[in-house]
Design a protein around this ligand. Sequence first.
Ligand SMILES: [Zn+2]
Length: 253
Amino acid sequence: MAGLYEGGNEPPGSLKANTMDNELEDEDVDQWLITSARNPSTYVCQVFIENPQRKEDEMEQPQKKESETEQRMQCLQSQDNRCKHCYNEVETLAHDLGSCPHGEGLRNARHHQVRSIIATTLKDADYNTYEEVHGLSVTGSTRRIDIIAFKESTRSGFIIDTTVRFETNEEQPAEVDTEKKNIYNPTIPYYLQKYQLEELEVIGLVVGARGTAILFMKDVFKRLGIPTSIIPIVTLAALKGSIALLKHHLYSK
Ligand SMILES: [Zn+2]
């Protein structure tokens, strides 16, 4: 019997190739196997029955695998990498989770789930809370807000628009907040009148598509006076929705 030792630091009790020969005692082999089982990730060791041709084949295997990998890479590079469902964009995780029309229904479901958790929490905090309310902007166009929540006592409150986005940069939460303010600020006069309120503020709240918890969300929940303990519930809902989206994207036609 002969052996080949490859890679890594040699673990205690292992046998070097040049010591593995026909004179190996059974107890040596047993000890080596026990040590191998205890340290499976520290090294790679292959034992060959003495057969010159087989040994040669086995030793050539790594080179063969490398060649196959190269072939696969060349194949992938030569293929069209546009989305297999819509063909509109390069197929990336951001596309799959954020914009591919193939996942529109599940994307809406993910958004509704996140919105519902926040709305329910606002109700529990004694806000008058309404979801998906249609309104008019000062220019006359119609817009639908996610949530309007206000306190009966102060006649003031918030228009909250939640959005699940693929995380891009640290400024994203502030950018989304500004984006939503630009869209919904023109509707404030309509809702002030509709609900006979004194004051409203628009908040755009981004939730990471990959379940990222952000400081901005914590600050918003503190301002709203709702428990920040719902942050993991909100982010997990977004992540679960994204996983469902990805599964649908990968395995459905
Ligand atoms: Zn697509």
